[in-house]
Design a protein around this ligand. Structure first.
Ligand code: BGC
Length: 549
C-alpha cells in the first residue's frame, strides 16, 4: 500500500508542479506551480461537508494556561522545594499566560484569519477537588466560547489532552499504598480507581456538553491515546510517571489494561457528549460531532541506523503501525479490543463500539523501527523516538539535514502527509479525516512557512486523490509548554516572549493567514516555500543538533 501511495504521489506532484516536483518549488523548466484553491469550511461529519475545508490553529490548556496549580503537570514539574517532583525540563508555571490572556488570544486568531480553533478545557480547573465544581472556571470558558462565536471562529473542544486533576492520579504518590481516596484515585492502572475515573470523566464531559453545547458542535474526547499512555504509563516521562512496558508481564498485565481503561474513558465521554449536547449550533443536522485525535508517524523498517529490507524489520514496521495507528481506533469503531497484541481482537469492551464520528490525524515525523535486539517484549521491536536510539533511528532522507527538527530530534518528511492520509482513507473510507495538528519546532519563520505550504500541498494532493480530509489546524497558535521538553521547542505561529508574554507573528502566521483569508495557496507561495527540496536552515542556539545522528 505504501509503495502504491508513493507512486500516486509522485505522479500527482509531477502533474501539479511540472518538472519541479522534488526540487523545492523554485520554478524551473516546468514553470511556476499552479495555485491551489481550498473550498469554504463546512460540516465535519455530514455528507454535505465532504469537500469542505477549514483552516485553524490548535492549543491545549495545560500547555498555555497560567497557574494551573491543580493539574498533575503542576505536581510533576514544580520544584521539589515547592512540593513538586521537579521532573521534566522546566516547571509548567505560567506556561504562556494563556488563561489570563484568553480573550486577547482570540483577537490573534481573528487577525490570523483562520475560521476554526481547537483548544482544550482543563478538567483540573473545572473540578479542582473531587466533586467540587469551580463555577468561575466554567464562566471563563463560557467567555472564551462566546468570544469565538462572536469572532466567527468555529470552536472545537478537546476534553482530555494529556492532563488530569491531581486527585485522579497524584504523581507524588504512585505507590498509592492506602488505595484510592478523594485526593488520589491512583490513576488508570488501579483496578478500584480506574472505573471511578472513567465514570467521573463521563460526568465531566456531560457537564461541559450541557454547558457549551448550544454554541459548540465539535468535540474531541482524547488526544493521541497511545502516545499519551506510552509517555505517562509506559516510560514515565509524563505524569503520573509510571513504567509498565519493559517486561511481557508488565506490558500485557498492566499497560494493556490501562489502554482499555482509556478506551472506556473515551467512550464514556463520547456517550456523555452525544446525550448532553442536543443543540445543533451550526445547523448542519448534527448537534454533536465527536471524534478523537491520533498521533501518526511515517514508520520505516530500520537496522543498525539504516533503512532495512530485512523481512523481520518489515514485519516490525507493520506491527508498530498496527499498535500506534490502529489498535485504539479499531477498538473504538468495533468495540473489539486486542488484549494480547497478536493482531486479532479477542475481547468485547461494552459501550465502546461506534464511538468515532471523525478522526484527527497528527503527523510530525518519519521514524525507524527495528526487529533487531527488540526492547519491547511481545511485539518484538524497538522504535526510534527522539533521542531513544537502539539502532532504529535513521539519517534524514537523502541526507537532507534541513528536514531535521533539532529541538525535537526528529525529521519532517513531506510525502508522508500524503501517504498517511491515503492509508487512513483506504482503510476507513467512511471516516471524515482532519489534520487536527501539524507543525514544527523552529525559531526561523521561513521554516514554519515552508512547513505550512508543503503540508497543504500534500493535503491538496490527497484531496485530489479522493481523500475526505476536511481541514488543517496548525500546531500551535503560539509558543507554549512542550510537556517534558519544557519551553525550548517553539511551535507557535506567534512567538511568545516569556518575560512579557507578548505574542509576535512569525512568517508562518503571515503565510497561513494569507492562505486562510484567500482560501488559496498561491503560485508565488508555492514557488517560495513549497515543494519537497531542502528547507531553510535552522539558526540560533540549536543549529548544531540534528535528528539523531
Ligand atoms: C501533542 C501536542 C504537542 C505537539 C508537539 C502532539 O503530540 O498533541 O500537545 O505539543 O504534538 O510535540
Amino acid at each position: 500500500m505504501r509503495t502504491r501511495n508513493i507512486a500516486i504521489l509522485v505522479a500527482a506532484l509531477t502533474a501539479a508542479c511540472g518538472d519541479d516536483a522534488g526540487s523545492g518549488g523554485s520554478g524551473g523548466e516546468g514553470g511556476a506551480p499552479a495555485a491551489i484553491a481550498f473550498s469554504p469550511p463546512g460540516s465535519l461529519v455530514s455528507a454535505e461537508g465532504k469537500g469542505s475545508f477549514r483552516f485553524g490553529a490548535a492549543t491545549a490548556s495545560t500547555q498555555i494556561e497560567d497557574q494551573n496549580q491543580t493539574t498533575d503537570w503542576w505536581a510533576f514539574t514544580a520544584p521539589v522545594a515547592e512540593g513538586g517532583l521537579g521532573k521534566g525540563k522546566a516547571p509548567v508555571g505560567d506556561a504562556s499566560n494563556g488563561f489570563s490572556l484568553a480573550l486577547e488570544d482570540i483577537a490573534l486568531l481573528k487577525e490570523l484569519g483562520v475560521d476554526s480553533y481547537r483548544f482544550s478545557i482543563e478538567w483540573a480547573r473545572v473540578e479542582p477537588e473531587r466533586n467540587v465544581i469551580d463555577e468561575e472556571a466554567l464562566a471563563h470558558y463560557d467567555a472564551v466560547v462566546d468570544a469565538l462565536v462572536a469572532a466567527g471562529i468555529r470552536p472545537m473542544i478537546t476534553l482530555h489532552h494529556f492532563s488530569n486533576p491531581i486527585w485522579v492520579a497524584d504523581p507524588r504518590d504512585n505507590e498509592c499504598v492506602n488505595g484510592p481516596s478523594d485526593t488520589n484515585l491512583c490513576g488508570f492502572g488501579n483496578s478500584e480507581g480506574a472505573p471511578q475515573i472513567v465514570q467521573e470523566f463521563g460526568e465531566h464531559a456531560a457537564l461541559l456538553a450541557e454547558r457549551f453545547g448550544d454554541r459548540v458542535d465539535e468535540w474531541g474526547t482524547v488526544n493521541e491515546p497511545v502516545n499519551y499512555l506510552l509517555a505517562g504509563y509506559g516510560i514515565g516521562s509524563f505524569p503520573p510517571g509510571q513504567s509498565n512496558i519493559l517486561t511481557e508481564e508488565k506490558l500485557l498485565g498492566e499497560f494493556i489494561p490501562i489502554v482499555q481503561t482509556y478506551l472506556e474513558l473515551h467512550a464514556a465521554a463520547y456517550t456523555a457528549v452525544k446525550m448532553n449536547d442536543v443543540i445543533d449550533a451550526d445547523s448542519d443536522g448534527s448537534a454533536a460531532d465527536v471524534g478523537f485525535t491520533l498521533s501518526i508517524a511515517d514508520w520505516v523498517p530500520a537496522r543498525d541506523n539504516l533503512v532495512s529490507e530485512d523481512p523481520e524489520d518489515l514485519a516490525a514496521r507493520d506491527r508498530v503501525v498496527y499498535i500506534y495507528h490502529h489498535l485504539f481506533l479499531d477498538a473504538a469503531r468495533t468495540g473489539e479490543f486486542d488484549t494480547d497484541l497478536d493482531g486479532e481482537p479477542d475481547k468485547t469492551v461494552p459501550g465502546v463500539a461506534g464511538t468515532v464520528d471523525w478522526l484527527g490525524l497528527q503527523y510530525y515525523f518519519r521514524s525507524g523501527v527495528t526487529a533487531k535486539n527488540p526492547v519491547l517484549p511481545v511485539v518484538a521491536l524497538t522504535p526510534c523516538f527522539g533521542t531513544i536510539d537502539f539502532g532504529a533511528c535513521l539519517p534524514p532522507v537523502g541526507g537532507d539535514k534541513t528536514k531535521c527538527i533539532p529541538a525535537m530530534k526528529y525529521e519532517f518528511y513531506e510525502p508522508a502527509v500524503f501517504s498517511l492520509l491515503s492509508d487512513f482513507s483506504s482503510r476507513y473510507p467512511d471516516l471524515p479525516l482532519l489534520i487536527s495538528e501539524s507543525g514544527l519546532a523552529t525559531e526561523v519563520g521561513e521554516r514554519r512557512a515552508e512547513h505550512v505550504v508543503r503540508s497543504l500541498e500534500q493535503i491538496a494532493l490527497a484531496r485530489e486523490a479522493g481523500v475526505d480530509v476536511r481541514g488543517y489546524y496548525h500546531w500551535s497558535l503560539y509558543d507554549n509548554f512542550e510537556w517534558a521538553e519544557g519551553f525550548e521547542p517553539r511551535f507557535g505561529l506567534f512567538t511568545v516572549d516569556y518575560a512579557s508574554y507578548e505574542r509576535t507573528p512569525t512568517l508562518g502566521a503571515t503565510v497561513l493567514g494569507e492562505v486562510a483569508k484567500s482560501r488559496e495557496l498561491s503560485s508565488e507561495q508555492r514557488t517560495t516555500y513549497g515543494g519537497l527540496g531542502p528547507m531553510t536552515e535552522e539558526t540560533g542556539a540549536v543549529i548544531g543538533e540534528r535528528c539523531n545522528l
